[in-house]
Design a protein around this ligand. Structure first.
Ligand code: FMN
Length: 239
């Protein structure tokens, strides 16, 4: 009887041992399975690195992203439909752009954005800094910042609205680059600007003088978010 109990116990112990060994084996198998999973985690990390690198690359070469974006901003909806009105504008932070787009909509005009060959950064636009790019340009009446993209064809246009922000009370010098690049004979030019508070001042006259051609009308200043009805009544007053 004792032997029978001993046999049963030893069989049970053996079974327990086999079970324990099996369990350990299983755990070992799990570990390698965890490894790919860990390498999967590495994969996630790698993705993370890739993403970081991606952003780093973009940050390290802002010019590259600007170059990539440039063709879009340079896009000119030319007078393909035989339109006689064109809205040309320069806008560093989007305020003038919004007004220009409304004018183009109201007048059913083509629209063209003047973009700088060397885009203006926020440091460039810092008017608190006496040595910033814009401060230097505005202090130099002969400064003529470059314009990117192909030269515009003004053929067929009779009226051109010319929009810009006020910088130090005047037109940004890149507008002078623009008007000096074209023969504006036979075209009526209508300046408009946006500003925090300053009026258009001498800007329109400066542009007319520097252009040396074209029939320049008096311009008008608008605040940010000028309404369509405000713009429409101004446009109607020009007729
Ligand atoms: C360099 C610089 C100079 C500025 N000078 C004037 C100024 O003399 N008077 C004014 O009312 N606003 C001034 N502003 C404000 C802009 O005219 C105004 O924010 C404008 O609507 C910006 O237009 P944008 O977004 O099309 O570039 C200046 C802005 C900058 C960046």
């Amino acid at each position: 009887m004792k032997n029978r109990y001993a046999l049963i116990i030893s069989v049970l112990l053996t079974l327990l041992l086999v079970f324990a060994l099996f369990s350990c084996g299983k755990a070992d198998v799990v570990t390698p399975e965890t490894t790919p999973s860990a390498s999967g985690t590495e994969g996630v990390d790698t993705k993370g690195e890739t993403a970081d690198n991606f952003y780093d690359e973009t940050a390290a070469d802002p010019g590259a992203s600007e170059d990539t974006a440039a063709p879009e901003t340079k896009a000119l909806e030319t007078s393909s439909a035989g339109k006689e009105t064109l809205v040309v504008y320069f806008s560093a932070t989007g305020t003038t752009k919004a007004v220009a787009e409304k004018i183009a909509k109201i007048t059913d005009a083509d629209i063209y954005e003047i973009t700088a060959s060397e885009p203006y950064t926020s440091d460039d636009l810092n008017w608190h800094d006496s040595s910033s790019r814009t401060t230097k340009e505005q202090n130099d009446k002969n400064s003529r910042p470059g314009i990117s993209g192909e030269k515009l064809s003004l053929k067929g246009y009779k009226t051109v609205y010319v929009g810009f922000p006020i910088w130090w009370g005047e037109e940004p010098r890149i507008l002078d680059t623009f008007v000096e690049s074209y023969d504006l004979s036979g075209i009526t030019l209508i300046p408009f600007c946006t500003s925090s508070s300053s009026g258009i001042g001498r800007s329109g006259k400066n542009l007319a003088e520097n252009a040396g051609s074209g029939n320049w009308l008096d311009g008008k200043r608008f605040g940010a978010g000028a309404s369509e009805s405000e713009l429409r009544s101004w446009i109607d007053s020009l007729k």
